[in-house]
Design a protein around this ligand. Structure first.
Ligand code: GLV
Ligand code: GLV
Length: 323
């Protein structure tokens, strides 16, 4: 079988595919779309990145394709309906990146609250002239109110991380989350209330038609002037232009961002602002997690080749259809 991988991923995954014909794009930026369309022409499996748009047109160019094993937990880059229609299995990489992403959200939260990026730039610039009573004052965390938008795997793990800080926790989700209610006494609230009440807001939703620009100017303007907004999910969930305006107007204090509306482009205004911490989409970027993601993709491909349904399938309907 032929497997096309759109970027070099950890060897752990590639090794599992031994015995098959594996072709890896060796570039260090996303594969050009035209080249990808050529490469998938005779591929039985595709392992793409979240930056590759896998739409109906691309699937048309891949008549033999049986499985798309997306190297990410989010799969908004894959047209799921188009895949299902063509009998193509789509899988993602859940669970293995839950800790890594929740931990990055905390890293950004601490960095934003205590102005670590700004402090680091200040220190490196040689501007530290001695301890100062008013130097780089930030926000304390213990006992504050945490607002978690999206209480799935990552949101839940993130929220549980607040235990050491005795925070009051609100969450916004379609479903009730009993773990959070029992473990933290968390309350399910509507999003406007959450934005209004929380000192720290962290977004953990998948990107869909419904969640695009969920955090718009109206929601941002509800925030406390001392509040911190963290986004490690998908950029388009936040109206980035509105966020620039809200930060400039002091509608919230700081943002910590790992994702952007038009990656890899970032609103130029952010580069001039001290009250935003910027990371380059590294939520899942730990050695352990990236290796586990590669293995999960490889296992999914092998399962589909062997006629078995992978547990990390995202379009289950396709399975009953093809049997
Ligand atoms: C990363 O953003 C992922 O969806 O895995
Ligand atoms: C700070 O360094 C302190 O000792 O208060």
């Amino acid at each position: 079988m032929k497997i096309y991988v759109t970027r070099r991923i950890p060897d752990a995954g590639i090794k599992l595919l031994e015995g098959h014909e594996v072709d890896v794009y060796e570039g260090s930026t996303p594969i050009p779309r035209k080249l990808l369309a050529e490469k998938v022409a005779d591929a039985d499996a595709l392992i793409p990145l979240l930056s590759d748009q896998i739409d109906a047109e691309l699937m048309e160019a891949a008549p033999k394709l049986k499985v798309i094993a997306n190297y990410a937990v989010g799969y908004d880059n894959v047209d799921i309906d188009a895949a299902t229609k063509r009998g193509i299995v789509v899988t993602n990489t859940p669970d293995v990146l839950t800790d890594a992403t929740a931990e990055l959200a905390w890293a950004l939260l601490f960095a934003a609250a205590r102005r670590i990026g700004e402090a680091e730039r200040f220190t490196r610039a040689g501007r530290f002239s001695g301890w100062g009573p008013m130097l780089l004052l930030g926000q304390g965390i213990r006992g504050k109110t945490l607002g978690v938008i999206g209480a799935g795997r990552i949101g839940t793990r993130f929220a549980l991380g607040s235990r050491g800080f005795e925070m009051k926790v609100f969450y916004y989700d379609q479903e009730r989350n009993e773990t959070l209610e029992q473990e933290l006494g968390a309350k399910k609230v509507d999003i406007s209330y959450l934005m209004h009440e929380a000192d720290f807001v962290s977004i953990h939703l998948p990107l869909t038609q419904e969640t695009k620009h969920l955090i718009d100017a109206h929601q941002l303007f509800r925030m406390k002037p001392t509040a911190v907004l963290i986004n490690t999910s998908r950029g388009p969930i936040v109206d980035e232009k509105a966020l620039v305006a809200a930060l400039r107007a002091g509608k919230l204090a700081v943002a910590g961002l790992d994702v952007y509306e038009r990656e890899p482009d970032i609103s130029a205004e952010f580069f001039e602002m001290e009250n935003v911490v910027l990371a380059p989409h590294i939520g899942s970027a730990t050695h352990q997690t990236r290796g586990a993601m590669a293995e999960l993709c490889a296992y999914a491909v092998l399962k589909v080749f062997g006629g078995e349904m992978p547990s990390n399938i995202v379009n289950r309907e396709v399975w009953s259809k093809r049997r």
